[in-house]
Write a protein that binds this ligand. Structure first.
Ligand code: PLP
Length: 426
């Protein structure tokens, strides 16, 4: 069991007031808060070590390089990969774009297909839409049920919009030899739907043997134990800022054999082998994909975040968040039964810590603003997943997302204040 009281003491921001109330931070899906140790690690780096990496022979530069490489090793161990397979990017979005360009440009051809789902965040949708458009490839989209889960079997519907061939249907109806890439979220950022990635990889091996599998782990890696080997995937993208780390650092893990065959994404310093006026050769992994000075302090801070998460325990975090979500869903169901709110995806079988809802007759932005006046931070809008939100026939939703530092008392307060939002409008 997590000692949440003790955990909360590690997060200085949780002591602040918002509009005169204790902060209730229910927006960790957008970005998490950081524990003291992460803030301290970054602060100490700038005070004591700051120097550029990979190039200096002097002590501070060597120390900086070592700290970055130690972080790389920690991140690799955290997801079950090898250090040279960890590429530091800015965020999940950049990690996915890296694959869409550096792998996609050479490996996707006219008539082939890329498979995504309706659950995707725009970051795992638009890079593939654009790649398909450039290449004359099909974008296949696994449909979503009314509950908010992936549909296994449903006849495919083909359409063509702005030069893009779109095929929407059930997962099993979309897998065949034409599929070269399956890019799927590990967990929906709006509904919390946990996708059974292992099962998908098994199906892909059988029905789409040429496909690589990329997992958008932005909402998965921060909340559960992930092992790239046991999942059997080829790429994993995630963001440090959603897992207690600083903003500005993302990760792409890729299988070594695949990364080695890929062309670079960005060109310039640090990613080269030999350079002549007429051209250059590329550095070995991971430097080939890390052009220019990275967010050194951020990478080191991410290492501290990973240590913190491991000390608490990913299994414990996952279990705790599920319990808290079940508790919140039970309380909110009572409000739904009274007609006060509508929830979306409340009956998803495997659901992580995200609850999407609307208050009857109140726009999502108004709800979020009124909740803010009570010190509660929730997100409202389309959550960078417009097709998913639109699938429920609403223009916007309110979303509460939980992490290891949230409590039942906060949920109780939140549910009470939802009732007060209604009162403002009657
Ligand atoms: C599922 C998912 N994918 C991708 C992203 C994009 O992450 P970033 O903005 O860090 O690139 C997010 C951010 O909310 C997300 O929830």
């Amino acid at each position: 069991m997590l000692n949440v009281t003790k955990i909360r003491e590690d997060f200085p921001i949780l002591k602040r007031k918002v509009n005169g109330h204790d902060l209730v931070y229910f927006d960790s899906g957008a970005t998490s808060q950081r524990p003291e140790i992460v803030i301290e690690t970054i602060d100490r780096y700038y005070r004591e070590t700051n120097a550029n990496i990979n190039r200096g022979v002097y002590e501070m530069s060597v120390e900086s390089t070592q700290l970055v490489e130690e972080s790389r090793k920690r991140v690799a161990d955290f997801v079950g990969g090898r250090a040279e397979e960890i590429i530091f990017t800015r965020n999940t979005t950049e990690s996915i774009n890296l694959v869409a360009y550096a792998w996609g440009e050479d490996n996707i051809h006219e008539g082939e297909a890329i498979l995504i789902s309706k659950l995707e965040h725009h970051s795992n949708m638009i890079p593939w839409q654009e790649l398909c458009r450039r290449k004359g490839a099909e974008l296949r989209v696994i449909d979503m049920s009314e509950k908010g889960e992936l549909v296994e079997e449903k006849e495919a519907v083909i359409s063509e919009e702005k030069g893009l061939k779109l095929v929407v249907g059930g997962m099993k109806n979309l897998l065949d030899e034409k599929v070269k890439m399956i890019a799927i979220t590990g967990q929906s950022n709006v509904l919390g739907t946990e996708v059974n990635v292992e099962e998908m990889v098994k199906l892909a091996k059988k029905h789409a043997p040429k496909a690589l599998v990329l997992v958008d782990g932005a909402q998965m890696v921060p909340h559960m134990k992930v092992n790239v080997q046991s999942l059997g995937i080829d790429f994993l993208a995630f963001s440090g800022h959603k897992m207690l780390g600083p903003t500005g650092v993302g990760v792409l893990w890729g299988r070594k054999e695949i990364l080695e065959k890929m062309r670079p994404f960005l060109f310039g310093g640090d990613m080269i082998g030999e350079v002549k006026l007429s051209g250059a050769t590329w550095a070995s992994l991971p430097n080939k994909f890390e052009a220019g000075t990275p967010d050194i302090a951020g990478i080191i801070g991410l290492g501290a975040a990973v240590d913190y998460l491991e000390k608490v325990g990913m299994e414990e975090i996952h279990e705790y968040e599920k319990e808290l979500t079940t508790y919140a869903l039970e309380k909110m169901k009572l409000l739904e039964d009274e007609g006060l709110i509508q929830m979306y995806g409340a009956e998803i079988k495997n659901k992580g810590g995200a609850i999407a809802f609307n208050i009857t007759g109140v726009h999502a932005h108004d709800t979020a603003q009124i909740l803010d006046s009570f010190g509660i931070a929730v997100r409202s809008g389309q959550h960078c997943a417009a097709p998913l939100v639109m699938n429920f026939g609403v223009p916007a939703m309110v979303r509460a997302t939980f992490y290891l530092y949230n409590t039942r008392e906060e949920v109780d307060y939140f549910v009470e204040k939802i009732k007060d939002v209604q009162k403002v409008f009657v």
